[in-house]
Design a protein around this ligand. Structure first.
Ligand SMILES: [Zn+2]
Length: 125
């Protein structure tokens, strides 16, 4: 016996009284194993069905794992939120003219240096 070709046909139920029949036929070449070719044709039939069927509606996304929060954890969270809300704006940076060029400390804008540096200068002269 020499098998020269194989044929596989699969019928897929589409629901709603519809079906889809998919068949593949292959010629057996030198070195082919008929059962392997048949299996390949069957895979192809299923693959074709998968590729062409209507996209199924995606299942609803699984709800995020709800890690049960302890009352303490919830209270802690709220406390943190309150602290963040109560946090004052970062201190305004001191304008350059209010910083003593000699020591970097805060000074009155109308004086060239801070009080300490001014006094030191007085002592030296
Ligand atoms: Zn100074």
């Amino acid at each position: 016996m020499k098998i020269t070709n194989v044929y596989v046909e699969r019928t897929f139920n589409l629901g709603n009284y519809e079906s889809c029949k998919i068949g593949f036929e292959a010629n057996i070449c030198e070195g082919d194993i008929p059962l392997e070719v048949t299996a390949e044709l069957e895979r192809m039939a299923f693959q074709h069905y998968e590729n062409t069927r209507k996209p199924q509606p995606k299942p609803a996304p699984a709800p995020a794992p709800t890690t049960a929060k302890t009352p303490a954890a919830i209270a802690n969270e709220k406390q943190t939120q309150r602290e963040q809300a109560a946090k004052p704006n970062p201190a305004p940076s001191i304008p350059q003219e209010n910083i003593c060029p000699q020591c970097g400390m805060k000074k009155q804008p109308q004086y060239p240096v801070c009080y300490n540096c001014h006094m030191k200068a007085q002592e030296q002269t």
